[in-house]
Structures are given as structure tokens and as C-alpha cells.
Write a protein that binds this ligand. Structure first.
Ligand code: SF4
Ligand code: SF4
Length: 443
């Protein structure tokens, strides 16, 4: 089997800043800003109000439907308010539980810790624990894990792949997690495999992390799990591209991994699931890479959810020059931030700082029909054509050109010699197509 997919690009890796930095635990914030929406689906409904005392790990937001996720307090203390606060994903103020930390870390014991009996927990119980622990995809997708572990009837999943590719430049959080918590990841993987009844389990890692490949190859001995070293190429960590690289199977257009018998989950999510099942710990902290060319001391930090970016930056010595841009996540698919007062959420993989000279702003020129964007598109689309559809609001053609199959990897915009804002246009095209589909379904 090939170790990669067709298309893709090779942006500078820039992982040297933090790849050798062991995970350090950042002290809990004095005030935690915990958004009620940190996942795909309906925002959670608050279960606490101003003045309430809460414990660390206590549920403070209940799922508002099946496709939603529970939210827990990452500290013990007093609820200062349930109010709007800037959100790193939506870019606007969102309902947030604001908690004054009393520094005691008094724990709620809402979840059962199964300890060494984790291996005998039954699939339905594992799904329930994933839901109660508020586990979501931690690679950035933030899809609720209990939903993903419940495929539609008739969908047989025979292959579970753990995603340790971490193909985004700068990010090293998953790399460090694999080096420092390999057993937890392997156990989480076994739990996912058991829940889905899948016989083929693999851990996928780009070859630029040979130490992680070596560690995991040793730890999977006797488990039936196989480690798949993959070519270093962006977006190797995208679900569909990973599936084709490892299994040769194609996720059909408009489909999901289970349509070809596969399931992909981030390595951090596997660890979170093991922590919930074995230790009874909900998802209230995660590893975040804090990096970028102008950050003084790049690091991988274990951070409580609700800690503001400004505190991470301060813990890393601050910037060596004026901050021009802050990105949440990686530079390819991450989101530029208006403020460093936004909090870390379950999906925050990185906080990156850039100076003015690192961010080249060039004018957008006319398309010269070079077809480079077409050659590298890992989804086999024609980005230039879809972008034109967005510009001229030709929704019908945007749909025909497969706009909805775009995985928003940004490779086309990266490669374009005319600096066309292709990803921006394609996102617009997708929004138009989705709106048209919704309109059709109502008429
Ligand atoms: S069209 Fe979408 S999938 Fe293709 S390269 Fe551009 S962003 Fe990536
Ligand atoms: S890479 Fe840019 S210039 Fe070349 S065809 Fe695509 S949009 Fe046009």
C-alpha cells in the first residue's frame, strides 16, 4: 500500500521550535472562561448560574440534543457569571461560564473510574462515558465522540485509524502526546476498536516523527494494532487522505469514512477516552502547542480548558516583537484571532504568534490558468472553477464542481502564484450550496 495520497503540498514544517519541548503543565487560570459551545452541534445548556459553587470536573453545561456535548468546569470555585465572551472559533461573543478559581482543585466525582477494569467495559457503556465526559474530536474537528461511536445501523466499520499525522506546520502537541502518553493512546484505541467491533486497528504517523513511530511500535506489540508511517505531506492528516493512504479505499463524494468501513480519530481523543473510562476524568484539559517565529520560549503546554491565550503567551515569555497575527490551530487550517483574550477550548491544538515580516500580504492577481491548484488538490477538485462560481454566485455550477467535497485544507491558496484567495472563495461557494440545498429541502 502507498504511504500517501494523490496531490498535496510541502509547506515548511517549522516544528523545530517546539518538537523537543516536553509537555509542561500550565497552572490553572485564576478565572476560567468556559464556552458552552466547544463542539460541532447544538451548544450545551448551562446547568449553573452566577454565584454557584462548582467543583473541578462538574457538569456546567448539558448537551442540548444527541449531536452536542457536555461541558465541565476545569477548576473548582465560584461562578462569576454566565455571559458572552469572545470565542476563538466563531470570532464573536458566545455564551460562556466564567468561574473564579479557588485554587483548591476540589474534584466532582460524576464519572466512575474503572481503573484496571477498563478492558471489560462494554461498548454501550463506553459510548455513555464518552458522552458524559464531553469528549469531542481533539484534532480540531470537535465532532462529539459518542455520536461518532454510534454509526448508523447497517454501516459496518472494520478499520479504526488513529490520527497522529499532525501534518500542520508548527504543531507538535500530538507528537509530544505520542512520546509521553503512548500507553494511554493505545488503550484508548483498543476501547474505540471494541466499541465499533473493528478488527483492523492502525496508528498513522508522518515519518518526520521517527521517535514517536519507534515508541508506539514497541507499545503496540501484542495488541494487534499496526503503526503506519506515512509520507510527510500536507494534508496527510485529513481523514479521507489518511484512509486512502492506509487502506486504498475512497470515501465516496458527499460521504463519510463509515461509508467505506473506516473510522478516524485523533490520538488526543483516544487518550481522553481512556482517561474518562479508566480514571473517571472528563475532558477539561488538553495539550496546546504555543509557538511561532516571534514567541520567546515555544512550548507544549497541558492547559485547562478556559485558560485565555494571553496566559499561554505570557507563560512562554511573551513575544520578542509586536504581535501582528495570532492563529488558533495550525497556519493552514487555523483561524486568525481578533484578541488574545479568547479561551482554550477542547479543539485548540495550537496558539501561534507571527510578526509583521512573517506575514506576507500580497495583492490578489488574476488567475493565469496555470492549473497548479488543480494538480495539488487532494480532493480532486478544480479550485479555480469553484472560486469563480463563488465570485459570480453561480450556485448550480459550484455544486456540480463538487464544492461540498472541499476539505478546506488551503493547499490551493498556498500554491497559487496569483495569490488568489481560493479558500475564502471556496468557503463562500460551500455556504451558498448549503443554503441552496436547505432551500430545496423546504420547498
Ligand atoms: S479546493 Fe479544497 S480540498 Fe482542494 S486544495 Fe483547495 S482547500 Fe484543499
Ligand atoms: S493556481 Fe491560481 S493562477 Fe493557477 S489556475 Fe489555480 S487559481 Fe489560477
Amino acid at each position: 500500500m502507498a504511504d500517501t495520497f494523490s496531490g498535496g503540498i510541502h509547506p515548511p514544517e517549522e516544528k523545530r521550535y517546539s518538537s523537543d519541548a516536553p509537555i509542561e503543565t500550565l497552572p490553572a487560570p485564576e478565572v476560567a472562561f468556559i464556552p458552552l459551545s466547544q463542539h460541532i452541534g447544538a451548544p450545551a445548556q448551562p446547568t449553573v448560574k452566577k454565584g454557584d459553587r462548582v467543583l473541578m470536573g462538574q457538569t456546567i453545561g448539558e448537551p442540548a440534543g444527541f449531536v452536542s456535548a457536555a461541558i465541565h468546569s476545569s477548576v473548582s470555585g465560584k461562578v462569576k457569571d454566565v455571559a458572552l465572551h469572545m470565542h476563538p472559533v466563531t470570532g464573536k461573543p458566545e455564551p460562556t461560564v466564567i468561574i473564579e478559581n479557588d485554587g483548591l482543585d476540589e474534584r466532582a466525582e460524576e464519572l466512575t473510574a474503572h481503573g484496571e477494569s477498563w478492558q471489560v467495559v462494554e461498548p454501550d457503556e463506553i459510548r455513555k462515558i464518552a458522552a458524559n465526559a464531553g469528549i469531542v474530536g481533539m484534532g480540531g474537528a470537535t465532532f462529539p465522540t459518542h455520536v461518532k461511536l454510534s454509526p448508523p445501523k447497517g454501516k459496518i466499520i472494520d478499520t479504526v485509524l488513529l490520527n497522529g499525522a499532525e501534518c500542520e506546520p508548527y504543531l507538535t502537541a500530538d507528537h509530544r502526546l505520542m512520546l509521553e502518553f503512548p500507553d494511554d493512546i493505545v488503550r484508548g484505541h483498543l476501547l474505540i476498536g471494541k466499541t465499533l467491533g473493528a478488527g483492523r486497528l492502525g496508528i498513522c504517523i508522518e515519518k518526520n516523527k521517527p521517535d514517536a513511530i519507534e515508541v508506539l511500535q514497541k507499545r503496540v506489540e501484542g495488541t494487534g494494532i499496526k503503526v503506519h508511517p506515512l509520507a510527510v505531506k500536507y494534508p496527510q492528516g485529513a481523514e479521507k487522505q489518511m484512509i486512502v493512504a492506509v487502506t486504498g479505499r475512497e470515501v465516496p463524494s458527499g460521504g463519510l469514512p463509515f461509508d467505506c468501513g473506516c473510522y478516524v480519530q485523533n490520538v488526543g481523543t483516544a487518550k481522553a477516552l481512556y482517561d474518562a473510562v479508566s480514571k473517571g476524568v472528563p475532558l477539561i484539559e488538553r495539550v496546546v502547542t504555543v509557538s511561532g517565529p516571534i514567541l520567546k520560549e515555544p512550548a507544549n503546554l497541558m492547559v485547562r480548558v478556559g485558560t485565555r491565550y494571553s496566559e499561554l503567551i505570557e507563560a512562554c515569555g511573551g513575544a520578542i516583537e509586536d504581535i501582528y497575527k495570532i492563529i488558533s490551530g495550525g497556519p493552514m487550517m487555523g483561524l486568525a484571532q481578533f484578541s488574545d483574550e479568547v479561551p482554550v477550548t477542547k479543539g485548540t491544538s495550537g496558539v501561534l504568534l507571527f510578526g509583521a515580516e512573517d506575514v506576507e500580504v500580497r495583492p490578489e492577481l488574476a488567475c493565469i490558468n496555470c492549473a497548479k491548484c488543480v494538480d495539488i488538490c487532494p480532493a480532486f477538485l478544480m479550485p479555480t472553477r469553484i472560486a469563480q462560481c463563488a465570485e459570480y454566485e453561480n450556485v448550480e455550477m459550484a455544486e456540480k464542481f463538487g464544492a461540498l467535497d472541499c476539505i478546506e485544507c488551503g493547499s490551493c491558496a498556498f500554491i497559487c502564484p496569483s495569490d488568489r484567495k481560493l479558500l475564502h472563495y471556496i468557503r463562500r461557494a460551500k455556504a451558498l450550496v448549503r443554503a441552496e440545498i436547505a432551500r430545496r429541502s423546504q420547498s
